[in-house]
Write a protein that binds this ligand. Structure first.
Ligand SMILES: *[C@@H]1O[C@H](CO)[C@@H](O)[C@H](O)[C@H]1NC(C)=O
Ligand SMILES: *[C@@H]1O[C@H](CO)[C@@H](O)[C@H](O)[C@H]1NC(C)=O
Length: 420
C-alpha cells in the first residue's frame, strides 16, 4: 500500500473507532456552554475589565480594524443575518441592520444566547448595538465591520452584566469588555483572519527536561525522547514524545507569556490548554475526573490563578500568576507525550489545544497512542520513522487535522475553538 492509501484506511478505521468508543468522545450535545464543569468558580468581570487583557485591535484579541463595510462594499456579501429567536435585538434603526454581522460574530452570539438561557431561566440575550452604518462609533470601531456587539440581558438587570461578560468569554468572543454600566461590548476576529489563525503551540525556545539529556530547547526535542510530565495522579514522571502535533520553524507567532510569583515564565498560544486553579491546592491531580487543576485556554487565565511549577529538583509547587502578557516569538512547536501533559519552562501544561476539555482531548488521542504501542512491539521498525508519527508539509500532524475535522460532529461545536 502507498502511504496515502495507508493513511486513508487509517482514517476510516479511526472513524469506526470513534463510533464504537463513543463513551470517550461523545460528550455531545449535553455539555453545552452554560454547564458548569470541574471545580472552577466562574468569576464575573468587574467594571472596565476586558478579556484578554490586551487592547481590542491587537492580534491577541480581535485584530486590526479592516475598514468600514457599507452595503456597496464587496465584503458586505459575506455578512450574514442573525434571525435567532432567542436573541432580542433592540433594532433601534428599525431596519434589521443590527441583525447583519460576520459569520464568526453570529456563531459566538448564538452560543452565548444558549448560555444566557441556561444561566438565568426566562432571561434572554439582548443586543443593543451591532453593525453600525451611520458612524455613531469611534473611527476604528469594529461595529463598522459587523464584528462587534453591545449586549445586555433581556431584563436589563445590571447586576447580571459582570456574569454576562464571563459567559461571553466562554462563548468564544475574542475580546469582551465591561465597557459601561449599561452594556457589555464583545467583538471577534474578522472571518478571514480567523480562518488562517491555526496553531496551539509553544515557541521553539521553550525548555523541557528530557531523560538522560537534561534541559533541552523544544527545537532540539525528538520523537522518542522522554520528557518530564505530570501523570493523572499528580506525580512527575518521564513520558515519551510520540508525535509533534504542529511544527513550524520559520513562522513567528503571538504567545501568551504567563509569569508566576515564584519566577517561572511560560509562553504558549492563546488556545493552548494550561492547568490552573482559582484556589491554592495541596493535591496536583490533573487530567482526570478528580482533577484539582483544570485545563483552560491560556488566554482565559487571570492574574492570581494558581499554576503548577516544577523546580530543578523536581518538586511541584503551586504559584499564582503575577502577569499575563502577549509577546511575539519565533517558531511554533506542539509535542505530544503519552501522558498528555508536559513541563515547559518549569510549568505544567497540557499537550492539547482548541478542545476546551483536556480529558476528551486525551481520550481522542488514545487511537494514536495505541498505534504507537503496537509499533513499539514490532522488531526492525522505528515508530519515529513511520508516516504515522510524522507531520505533513504544513507542519500539522495528520491525526490532529483529522480529529479537528471530525470532532465537531461528536463533541458539539461549543467544545471546540472553531476558526471557521
Ligand atoms: C499555597 O500553598 C502552599 C503549600 O501549602 C504554600 O507554601 C504557599 O505559600 C501557598 N501560596 C499562597 C499564595 O497562598
Ligand atoms: C491587565 O494589564 C494591566 C497592564 O498590563 C495590569 O496592570 C492589570 O493588572 C491586568 N489586569 C488583569 C486582571 O490581569
Amino acid at each position: 500500500m502507498t502511504p496515502k492509501s495507508v493513511r486513508f484506511s487509517l482514517n476510516k478505521l479511526f472513524l469506526l473507532y470513534l463510533l464504537v468508543t463513543n463513551e470517550t468522545i461523545a460528550c455531545g450535545p449535553g455539555r453545552g456552554p452554560g454547564k458548569r464543569r470541574g471545580t472552577r468558580k466562574r468569576t464575573p468581570l468587574v467594571f472596565k475589565q476586558h478579556i484578554p487583557n490586551v487592547s481590542e485591535n491587537t492580534v491577541g484579541a480581535s485584530g486590526n480594524y479592516e475598514g468600514k463595510i457599507t452595503k456597496l462594499d464587496p465584503r458586505f456579501k459575506d455578512m450574514v443575518k442573525n434571525m435567532n429567536p432567542n436573541i432580542i435585538f433592540r433594532d433601534e434603526e428599525d431596519n434589521n441592520e443590527d441583525r447583519m454581522m460576520s459569520k464568526r460574530c453570529k456563531d459566538k452570539l448564538n452560543t452565548l444566547a444558549i448560555a444566557v438561557m441556561n444561566e438565568w431561566p426566562g432571561v434572554k440575550l439582548r443586543v443593543t448595538e451591532a453593525w453600525d452604518t451611520e458612524g455613531h462609533h469611534a473611527p476604528t470601531s469594529l461595529h463598522y465591520e459587523g464584528r462587534a456587539v453591545d449586549i445586555t440581558t433581556s431584563d436589563r438587570e445590571r447586576s447580571r452584566y459582570g456574569m454576562l461578560a464571563r459567559l461571553a468569554v466562554e462563548a468564544g468572543f475574542d475580546w469582551v469588555y465591561y465597557e459601561s454600566r449599561s452594556h457589555i461590548h464583545c467583538s471577534v476576529r474578522s472571518d478571514s483572519v480567523a480562518a488562517s489563525n491555526y496553531g496551539g503551540c509553544f515557541p521553539m525556545s521553550g525548555q523541557v527536561t528530557a531523560k538522560g539529556k537534561g534541559t533541552l530547547e523544544l527545537s532540539k526535542l525528538k520523537i522518542g525522547d522522554e520528557v518530564l510530565a505530570l501523570n493523572n495522579k499528580g506525580k512527575l514522571e518521564y513520558s515519551e514524545v510520540i508525535a509533534f502535533l504542529d511544527i513550524k520553524d520559520d513562522t513567528s507567532g503571538h504567545f501568551y507569556s504567563l509569569e508566576t510569583e515564584n519566577g517561572y515564565k511560560v509562553h504558549l498560544t492563546g488556545k493552548h490548554l494550561i492547568y490552573t486553579s482559582d484556589t491554592n491546592r495541596t493535591s496536583f491531580v490533573v487530567g482526570s475526573v478528580n482533577s484539582q487543576f483544570e485545563a483552560i485556554y491560556a488566554d482565559h487565565t487571570q492574574i492570581g490563578d494558581f499554576l503548577l511549577t516544577v523546580d530543578g529538583k523536581s518538586n511541584v509547587r503551586t504559584s499564582a500568576i503575577r502577569s499575563v502578557k502577549l509577546e511575539t516569538k519565533q517558531g511554533m512547536v506542539a509535542p505530544l507525550t503519552k501522558a498528555g501533559t508536559i513541563v515547559v519552562d518549569g510549568i505544567v501544561v497540557s499537550c492539547y489545544a482548541f478542545i476546551n476539555n483536556d480529558q476528551i482531548a486525551h481520550a481522542s488521542f488514545s487511537f494514536l497512542r495505541g498505534l504507537h504501542d503496537i509499533y513499539s512491539y514490532l522488531p526492525f521498525v522505528s515508530w519515529s520513522k513511520t508516516s504515522m508519527a510524522s507531520y505533513s508539509i504544513d507542519g500539522i500532524h495528520w491525526y490532529a487535522k483529522l480529529l479537528f475535522n471530525v470532532a465537531p460532529y461528536f463533541m458539539g461545536r461549543d467544545s471546540l475553538y472553531m476558526n471557521d
